[in-house]
Write a protein that binds this ligand. Sequence first.
Ligand SMILES: Cc1ncc(C[n+]2csc(CCOP(=O)(O)OP(=O)(O)O)c2C)c(N)n1
Ligand SMILES: [Mg+2]
Length: 538
Amino acid sequence: MQVHEAIAAALLEHEVDTVFGLMGDANMLYLTSYQKQGGRFVGAAHEGNSVGMADAYSRISGKIGVASVTHGPALTNTLTSLVEAVRSRSSVLLITGDTPPEPTYFQQVDISAVAAAAGAGYEKVYRPKTLVRDINRALQRAASEQRAIVLDIPIAMMRAEATDQADTGRAVAPPRGTPDQDALERAVGLALSANRPVVLAGRGAVDSGAREELIGLAERLGAPLATTLLGKDYFAGQPQNLGIYGNLSHPVASGAIGEADCVLAFGASLNAYTSHGGSLFTGKRVVQVDADAGRFGWYTPVQEPIAADARLTAEAMNSLIDEAGHKPNTGWVRGLEKALADYSPRATFKDRSGVDTIDIRSAMIRLDELLPQQHNLVTDIGRFVIGAWPYLHVDDPANFTTMGAFGSIGLGMGGSIGTALARPDRLTVAVFGDGGFMMNVSDLTTAVREKLNMLYVVLNDGAYGAEHYKLRDYGVDPDYSLTSFPDLARMAEAMGLRSATVRKVEELDVVPELLAGGDGPCLIDVRIDPAINILDEQ
Ligand SMILES: Cc1ncc(C[n+]2csc(CCOP(=O)(O)OP(=O)(O)O)c2C)c(N)n1
Ligand SMILES: [Mg+2]
């Protein structure tokens, strides 16, 4: 067996069922072998998108996402996506390969330096004989460090004999830590002495499956429930659910957060958005539960850090509270429940739709009604998110992600495809601004070729909208931020999608028809007025 065949066999033995990438000298032989041996290769039009696909595939499936690219320029093409994967703590393996051993080879680049710049780990296959051992090590690091690892398999060894290999391992996820008893008792003491505590869940809580335990904790404390953006809709249907904690909170939630005196946060970084620049934790006592002790107090001071799994900690807190025989004061939470039951998103803003543009909030509320109950949701980033995230819902936050950890526009394209392939049993809704959509639009062809069950929603204000309102605020003509893209619906149609342009809220009724109209992705180009900035009203 030659090295390229052994690479394919090792990946398949590691249960790597899908590899995303783009072929070149360094990877074409093993990508061919991988497919011959039964693996699925999803070719991308751009290497950056292939890493975005692997990243989202990992986020949604919980598996290691694997991407493969060739020499230097292919690797540098992945840099932005690689940083995104690192910042979102995705388990990603990016396989590349060093150029032929000639000092002046034109595609040569320092692979370890690229990995280091991205904050990714670096591994290398040193000899044909150590191939499987080296692949095992790279995959194990991706799983246990929850980090992107760049693996260099030099082209020079690709057709060598791969004899005397180690057994293929199985990458093991990090252990679920149990809480320290003293810290637990202090945290429970803090929670029981609070007058108005809030239980807050982030994506770490979702990943640990803590929902029932956290609802039980809130009931024992007389506390409302809230989530971070990435924990979105985790407590949907619960009467005490405040929704998103932070700068995206609705008015009832904002009022409650203002009154709260203690926050018990599970699997949440408490970043600048959750804390609204730090202010939403000021004057409150904070318990932060996180599996990674390296993440405490990054954004806000924490009185009681607990380095442990979210579900195990909530379960242990509930037992302690039961042992103490605590009876909660439920006056505050019952009052909130009444206000929450009366809350209607439509009633909190004045619709600003125009003759041929829609208020982004009205568009998203109506779209949410028209979507199937169960769907995946992926978003790019831009000004539009403020009008999209609060009004679009998911049945389970595990099927929601936003490609925004590095603050780059455009990564939603790879993210949409990786998500759709990780959960192909349901529709994936991918929401973009026009600028972010056009940045990586070439990989729409991948969504078409793979016949993905996808709805692309472009919230098209004809502008780099985030810059539009900032230029206006600087007193500069905002028209300098206008984009000049072609008609997106016609362009998408030419690329093989079913599409429609939507200028009035009623025209969104086309969505079910589009979705029912055949296989493969659809697109709606939703026209928004760039001059309307909903932040002005908040
Ligand atoms: C790679 C990259 N380039 C530029 C930016 C700066 N930027 C932030 S938001 C934004 C506007 C994006 O426009 P669009 O996708 O149409 O969304 P909108 O803000 O209009 O809703 C830009 C250009 C960025 N964040 N990332
Ligand atoms: Mg725009």
